[in-house]
Design a protein around this ligand. Structure first.
Ligand code: GLA
Length: 662
């Protein structure tokens, strides 16, 4: 089965008909059909229009919307509408509004204003989800359920008294006793020993740094508290409409939610991605997010929201140049999305997002935006065969949310410059530039099938993580400041990398973070000079450990910087560009890019099923060397191409299907 029961790729966007008079709806569906839209997300923020008074539902308008869409062949990703509680609920129960770390209760007037732990809020969402499910269970337009919206957006955590109670319950489940909690949190430090559960509170704003172990549990709890909201609605939807897939839209590489756990609770992974057109690294950051989405359930996913052009929430909202919407959309398909969806269908006339771009802009159909929307719809139809196909990656980057949360504890680390997203990007960027497919994986996952596994950082490392990595037969790379603490953020005694010491054959004596702007030279055994920034380590090596690179100059002069034991490499520093090390590893592991060596700068190459996507993000044409023996058809133009080099125009793409040799 595809992501939904619809054939081919999905194309469409968020549709907010409640912001428009009904005569506009008829024009909407006519234009949607013209553009080839086959799926729209409806009712995301409609709670106050669907249940304007407690328990009194007004479904008439939504019935008409769904009927109209269905009559025009458009299916619906139906939101449960629970992302924003209505005014009556907030006024009757002000306690459902979230409280920030400083104790300020946030006011009504925006969106996603709720305390995830509020029983009143959760009960009200479940009632509405049930009413929606019962109302639309038989509706032929219903293709997918969209629970809430972007969990953790605006409100990732709430520090109110109800959240505190819920946190205590969660802690009792994890630590069993107060003694267990005191031990895990190391409360003997700074006089925090608890003698009664009621003394335990969320890590609110305090005079100085809060207990990092408490903060780590808080981040785990906050992800779980939101997940409980999702699961409560999901249970109702599964009971009433067991065959309709359920999703909630993720936000790419997001620290707040442990997406491994979340994805397991979903039928379909969907993502909202808003690469900034003004960011030179936009394409590579987007690609990393898409590969994460594909890896979460190891199946195709769906780009559920993206911007046709400018967003409205950055300080400066740069539009997409001609061709960029198409290129970014094809990029998501190349990385495993089974469709291209936008926020939103028709540009709003009012509200905070009235300047956010849309598939159909304020200017109507006589606009570049609309022409590009139509053309993209046609491209998406040409690529129907891509739906459901997979990606085979030989490289995995490890990502663990516990470790991420621990690493980014404020005011208590050797350096606050180690940011996991950047560390992932430092490896992902050269892999992406070489056209090498990459999966993301949690450290405990079965890694069989990969030839190279890179853990850019594994600050928090348990014995189970270490055992999984020790059992991995391929090439392993572990980045600095790994194996530092256990699951409770307690330092592994004997020195980092703790449970990875034997595997890696190194012991860290000292962390030596570098101030901003300071660099340290590192020289490989063959004389290649690398520049390290941000971080260095004083390493001791065991006898069986080979030194691949040493520091040159400075207090670490001559000491090991990069080591290898067996097939496991350890980096005690952060090279500005790890490419020279990476190339050696790739050669050893026998890994090449999907087009072989020689991918021009700015070109992205991805294989999906039998199809080869070549995406040129650059401003000039680029020629990609391909094997001469295979002929191709470019699915976007229908053009047959002989084997050999293919030239891709600036901000253009080709999607090549190999032609059988006669
Ligand atoms: C997110 C939200 C949408 C909208 C867009 C704007 O994706 O889910 O409701 O606000 O951002 O970019």
């Amino acid at each position: 089965m595809g992501l939904t029961r619809l054939p081919g790729l999905l194309f469409g966007g968020d549709y907010n008909p409640e912001q428009w008079p009904e005569e506009v709806w008829r024009e909407d569906v006519r234009l949607m059909a013209e553009a080839g839209v086959n799926l729209v997300t409806v009712a995301v923020f409609s709670w106050s229009r669907l249940e304007p008074r407690p328990g009194s539902y007004e479904f008439g308008w939504l019935d008409r919307v769904l009927d109209l869409l269905h009559a025009h062949g458009i299916a619906v990703d139906l939101a449960t509408a629970t992302a924003t509680p209505p005014p009556w609920l907030v006024r009757a129960h002000p306690e459902i509004q979230p409280v920030d770390a400083a104790g300020t209760r946030l006011e009504f007037g925006s969106r996603q204003g709720y305390c995830p732990s509020s029983p009143v809020f959760r009960a009200a969402t479940v009632r509405l989800a049930r009413a929606m499910a019962e109302r639309y269970r038989e509706h032929p337009a219903l293709a997918m359920w969209h629970i809430s919206n972007e969990y953790a957006d605006h409100t990732a955590e709430c520090f109110c008294a109800e959240s505190a109670r819920d946190f205590r319950r969660w802690l009792q489940g994890r630590h069993r006793s107060l003694d267990g909690l005191n031990a895990a949190w190391g409360t003997s430090c700074w006089g925090q020993h608890y003698t009664d559960w009621t003394q335990v509170e969320p890590p609110r704003k305090a005079p100085g740094p809060v207990n990092p172990a408490q903060l780590l549990d808080w981040r785990r709890f906050s992800s779980d508290a939101l997940l409980a909201c999702f699961e409560a609605e999901r249970a109702v939807l599964k009971e009433v409409t067991p065959d309709i897939p359920v999703t909630t839209n993720f936000m790419s590489v997001l620290r707040d939610l442990d997406y491994w756990t979340w994805a397991a609770a979903e039928d379909v992974v969907t993502d909202d991605a808003y690469p900034d057109p003004a960011d030179p690294r936009a394409a590579v950051k987007a690609a990393l997010g898409y590969d994460l989405m594909r890896s979460l359930k190891r199946q195709p996913w769906l780009l559920l929201e993206s911007a046709p052009s400018a967003v409205s929430w950055r300080p400066v909202n740069v539009p997409k140049d001609p061709g960029v919407m198409r290129l970014h959309s094809l990029q998501a398909l190349a990385h495993g999305s089974d469709g291209v969806m936008f926020f939103q269908w028709r540009q709003a006339r009012y509200g905070p997002e009235k300047f956010h771009s849309a598939m159909l802009p304020h200017g109507g159909t006589a606009t570049r935006q609309w022409r590009e929307t139509l053309a993209l719809g046609a491209d998406v139809r040409r690529l129907a065969g891509v739906a459901g196909t997979g990606t085979r990656a030989e490289v995995a980057l490890l990502l663990d949310w516990d470790s991420w949360w621990g690493l980014e504890a404020p005011e208590s680390m050797p350096s606050d410059r180690l940011r996991l997203h950047e560390l992932l990007l430092s490896w992902y960027t050269p892999l992406h530039a070489r056209g090498i497919a990459v999966d993301l994986a949690p450290p405990g996952r079965d890694l069989a099938g990969y030839r190279l596994v890179i853990a850019p950082n594994l600050y928090l490392c348990t014995a189970e993580h270490a055992a999984a990595l020790a059992g991995f037969p391929g090439r392993l790379v572990v980045g600095p400041f790994s194996g530092v603490v256990d699951a409770a953020d307690r330092v592994h005694e004997g020195g980092a990398p703790g449970p990875l010491r034997d595997l890696l054959g190194v012991r860290v004596e000292e962390w030596r973070p570098l101030p901003d702007g300071v660099t340290q030279e590192v020289v490989t055994a063959d004389g290649t000079a690398l520049t390290a920034r941000t971080w260095t380590e004083w390493l001791d090596t065991s006898e069986a450990t080979e030194v691949l690179a040493r520091y040159r100059g400075g207090p670490l002069d001559g000491r090991p910087a990069v080591t290898r034991r067996g097939t496991a490499t350890y980096l005690g520093c952060l090279p500005e560009d790890p490419a020279p090390l990476l190339d050696g590893l790739l050669t050893d592991a026998g890994i090449t890019g999907v087009t072989g060596p020689g991918l021009p700068a700015g070109v992205e190459a991805c294989r999906r099923g039998p199809y080869l996507f070549l995406l040129n993000h650059g401003a000039g044409p680029a020629t990609v060397p391909l094997p001469v023996e295979t002929g191709f058809t470019d699915l976007l133009t229908g053009r047959p191409l002989p084997g050999g080099p293919v030239t891709v125009g600036p901000r253009d793409a080709v999607v090549l299907e190999p032609r059988p040799t006669p």
